[in-house]
Design a protein around this ligand. Structure first.
Ligand SMILES: Cc1ncc(COP(=O)(O)OP(=O)(O)O)c(N)n1
Ligand SMILES: Cc1nc(C(=O)O)sc1CCOP(=O)(O)O
Ligand SMILES: [Mg+2]
Length: 558
């Protein structure tokens, strides 16, 4: 439809800048949506001057960026594992704005659904109008639509305010088996909602219900079902086979009217699956809003859900059979510092050396355990020659040893290994990855230490978001080649200038530890050692000796 310059600005704002949806267009779903009004206007053949003119009159900045926007029309889950709450989290996790129209409020937890209060259809209509008339929604995702009236209201709203795509998750029964939609809406679903859907995402139970009780036992059955559902109107169908018996992996069948795709993913063994359907559909909607093609959106959404399930498989929330999962992949972040690193952890800092452990035929895990039993308060894995895969495995094994003692485990240099093993943090030097970049990659809760020999470096470490600095070499060392020394004076100067806690390193042993800690500045929190702890046969014995010296130094200072 061409827009004439005679049309009013409000018409332009409401209609012209939304690409109209035409049902059953033969063209594939656009790969990339233009996101700015200007670009859309160009796509639709509207002259820039008219756009600018209209925008100027409305006080809009035509160059502003538009957020991809999903509107979810669904029920609230008080337990926040599914429904509106899952949709909000999924969209946020995928970087997409999500507005909400609530169709029902459920009293729900991990055990089941204790109550449902349906929102009056006029009020659902009012919510829809409020959002759709104002906020440039890209994609509508539907979840729990508990009454015929609400389905009708939605259908009318979408006629009045067309959006780029509609994702229909035909929620009828919750994962705990509770019925969430009046069975009489089935017919309406089939006649109206499926017609409007760009994709419908039923699980096996919902597929069977939509198809009048069809038995679904094999992937071939799912293919047949996808075709039948497709004939009811949606542009694409994703039949989710998570509940398919006797399959090693989870198989979903995608059908777009022409091609079938079997999408396989490993089955994640977990009770925390509440909300997977809502999340998958929201994530598809979010990816469509960002500009993905339908098949890419489905693949991205599946991968995201798999990752979130895997990440959350051990978390415990609620007493019921089905727990929620963590959309932000963070609950499992099991830092022994709990994101509150104080610096006191630096008291006796044991830094490993594979050469020294090999000499004594000591597996890394044994060395780490002995150091902790001797009194080490923080461990750094400094494995210069380790192969990446082996390093990750070792780090994971050492984390299992450290965490029961609440001792943080950091990784030397290798941010990738820290990320892959979910270690508590990293230590980087002046020629390693900048702490500023490591902070972005690791997030706010991981511990980052930086080696500093000067006041300027210490200041920069603080600016970059580090948690502590390592200052040395205090004395000459044979552990690190060509390491320049700063001496006790250099250490003191850096400590006095540093806003961060400091650990001294380089040539420190049980004989000089009292002198080092005795230099005074309160932010000098401890000593880091390699050979003193790991160069001899008894790690536990050497660590204990050092620990008692450090304790003596503290007692002396007080
Ligand atoms: C606690 C602590 N302080 C300093 C260092 C040295 O780090 P860096 O300068 O990056 O040298 P390498 O250890 O990577 O050789 C450290 N590892 N730990
Ligand atoms: C890894 C390292 N960094 C240093 C620095 O000065 O930044 S000194 C050093 C080696 C410390 O080993 P030892 O305790 O055996 O002397
Ligand atoms: Mg380094």
């Amino acid at each position: 439809m061409a827009c004439s310059g005679l049309l009013s600005n409000s018409f332009i704002a409401n209609k012209c800048f939304r690409p109209r949806r035409h049902h059953k267009l033969a063209v594939p779903y656009p790969r990339s949506f233009s996101s700015s009004r200007v670009h859309l206007a160009q796509n639709l053949g509207i002259s820039m001057s008219m756009e600018e003119n209209g925008a100027a009159k409305q006080g809009l900045d035509v160059s502003r960026k538009k957020l991809p926007h999903v509107l979810t029309v669904a029920g609230s889950d008080s337990g926040a594992g599914a429904g509106i709450q899952a949709d909000l989290k999924a969209c946020a996790a995928r970087g997409v704005y999500c507005s909400t129209v609530i169709t029902a409020v459920t009293a729900q937890n991990t055990v089941g659904v204790q109550g449902v209060n349906i929102v009056p259809d006029e009020f659902v209509a009012q919510q829809l109008k409020s959002v759709l008339s104002d906020m440039e929604v890209d994609v509508v995702k539907t979840g729990m639509l508990p009454s015929i009236e609400i389905v009708r209201v939605l259908q009318q709203s979408l006629k009045e305010f067309p959006v780029r795509a509609v994702v229909v998750d035909p929620v009828m029964v919750s994962t705990s088996g509770d019925v969430l939609a009046d069975p009489s809406i089935l017919a309406r679903f089939r006649e109206e909602l499926l017609m409007m859907a760009d994709i419908v995402t039923p699980n096996l139970k919902e597929t069977s219900t939509l198809l009048g009780g069809m038995r679904l036992e094999t992937v071939d059955d799912m293919r047949r079902a996808a075709k039948l559902l497709h004939s009811m109107g949606p542009r694409s169908v994703l039949v989710k086979g998570g509940d398919l018996p006797e399959s090693f992996d989870a198989v979903d069948v995608f059908f777009d009217g022409e091609e079938y795709h079997e999408l396989h993913s490993p089955r994640v063994k977990t009770r925390n699956t509440h909300g997977t359907g809502c999340t998958l559909a929201s994530c598809i909607a979010a990816e469509l809003a960002k500009g993905s093609s339908m098949l890419s959106a489905v693949k991205l959404a599946k991968r995201y859900v798999e990752t979130a399930l895997e990440y959350s498989k051990d978390i415990i929330l609620g007493n019921g059979a089905q727990g929620p999962f963590d959309h932000f992949l963070r609950l499992k972040h099991n830092t022994s510092t709990g994101g509150t690193f104080s610096g006191n952890e630096l008291f006796l800092y044991a830094v490993t050396d594979s050469g020294m452990n090999e000499k004594w035929e000591r597996p890394m895990e044994v060395a780490v355990k002995e150091a902790i039993e001797g009194g080490a308060t923080i461990i750094q894995l400094r494995e210069k020659d380790a192969e990446t895969r082996k390093f990750i495995e070792t780090a994971k094994a050492c984390l299992k040893i450290c965490h029961p003692y609440k001792v943080p485990l950091l990784i030397n240099d290798r941010i990738d290994v820290a990320l892959a093993s979910d270690a508590d943090g990293v230590h980087v030097g002046q020629s390693d990855m900048p702490a500023r970049v490591a902070r972005i990659l690791l997030g706010p809760d991981k511990v980052i230490g930086v080696s500093c020999k000067t006041v300027e470096q210490a200041h920069q470490a603080w600016l970059d978001g580090a948690d502590y600095i390592g200052c040395g070499g205090v004395y000459p060392t044979s552990t690190k080649a060509n390491n320049s020394t700063v001496g006790l004076d250099g250490l003191k100067t850096v400590c006095l200038a540093s806003k961060l806690p400091v650990v001294a390193i380089g040539g420190i042993n049980a004989s000089n530890a009292i002198t080092v800690l005795g230099i005074g500045p309160p932010n000098l929190k401890g000593v880091a050692v390699v050979s003193t702890v790991f160069a001899r046969s008894s790690v536990v014995g050497e660590t204990r000796k050092l620990h008692s010296m450090l304790t003596e130094a503290v007692l002396k200072a007080n």
